[in-house]
Design a protein around this ligand. Structure first.
Ligand code: APR
Length: 263
């Protein structure tokens, strides 16, 4: 199968579409399925702004614990073979870019340059008015988490959070670039994603359950345009029905074999 995929990569303009399964081997749990984040934390509360705000007012510790847990996993995560292979394919001119639902920044850390982050990025903070974006590095985030762990009142937690997120040059407060349920996807990321999908002759769908819209519209639209679809996922998903090739394997194992084959 590796040979077949390597041949396709040589012949077709290829784009990758990734989900949480691509980062599982980096130590970041998926959202759904056994051991997923939403098994431990109710997404109705922790993945929606109203849910977070309402819970924060009632029990601020629950929300700060969630974000400390979530970011501590992110901070420890390093790219795996999937991220490195996609970056190498882009470097060789065999991949146009990556469209990701992940917010962990691992594609960029592995060296991918063309990345459309449909659900934002956990390290970026944006001004909702002038759209200017700032990045907080892992050291700043780690220091912030250590301070948050010592705080328990709403007032102290809010003050610490606002001072960490900071203000834009225009004076307005920045906001996390992460997209919560019910929020629109970032315009410029969508534009980037559609530009990639429009050029794609082969779409590699890697590690996504294919259940979250509007992100999942993209693979279906690629299929409608006649793009060949290859899915890499140990499980069956709604996207398996449109896959021309289905690789029921862990992405990191497949891509470490592909990296070895490519030499
Ligand atoms: N290799 C490939 N796929 C894998 C691997 C692996 N090693 N391990 C798990 N998977 C697959 C699972 O079978 C599952 O289909 O990864 C998928 C992960 O699905 P989800 O946890 O639903 O993650 P994702 O599809 O990225 O979720 C989309 O939902 O909660 C929101 O915003 C969040 O971006 C996220 C969106």
């Amino acid at each position: 199968m590796v040979e077949k995929v390597a041949k396709l990569l040589r012949e077709k303009k290829t784009v990758a579409f990734t989900g949480a399964g691509a980062s599982l081997e980096s130590g970041i749990p998926t959202f759904r399925g056994k051991g997923g984040l939403w098994e431990k934390y109710d997404p109705q509360i922790y993945a929606s702004v109203p849910g977070i705000l309402f819970t924060f007012l009632k029990s601020p510790d629950k929300i700060s614990q969630f974000f400390v847990d979530f970011y501590e996993v992110l901070l420890k995560a390093e790219p795996n073979s999937t991220h490195y292979a996609l970056a190498e394919l882009e470097r060789r001119g065999s991949l146009l870019g990556v469209i990701t639902q992940n917010i962990d920044n691992l594609h960029q850390l592995a060296g991918s340059k063309v990345v459309s982050e449909l659900h934002g990025n956990a390290y970026k903070f944006r001004c909702r008015v002038c759209n200017r974006e700032e990045t907080r590095d892992k050291k700043e985030v780690a220091e912030f988490l250590e301070e948050v762990k010592k705080l328990h009142t709403r007032k102290d937690l809010i003050r610490k959070l606002l001072s960490f997120i900071g203000r834009c040059e225009c004076g307005r407060r920045l906001a996390p670039s992460v997209v919560f349920f019910g929020q629109p996807l970032p315009e410029e990321e969508l534009v980037k994603a559609y530009q990639l999908i429009d050029k794609a002759e082969l779409l590699l769908i890697i590690g996504t359950s294919g259940v979250v819209y509007p992100a999942v519209n993209l693979p279906f639209q690629a299929k409608e345009r006649g793009c060949q679809i290859l899915e890499i996922n140990p499980e069956l998903t709604p996207l398996s029905s449109i896959a021309d090739i289905k690789i029921s394997q862990s992405a990191n194992i497949f891509f470490s074999q592909l990296l070895e084959y490519l030499g």
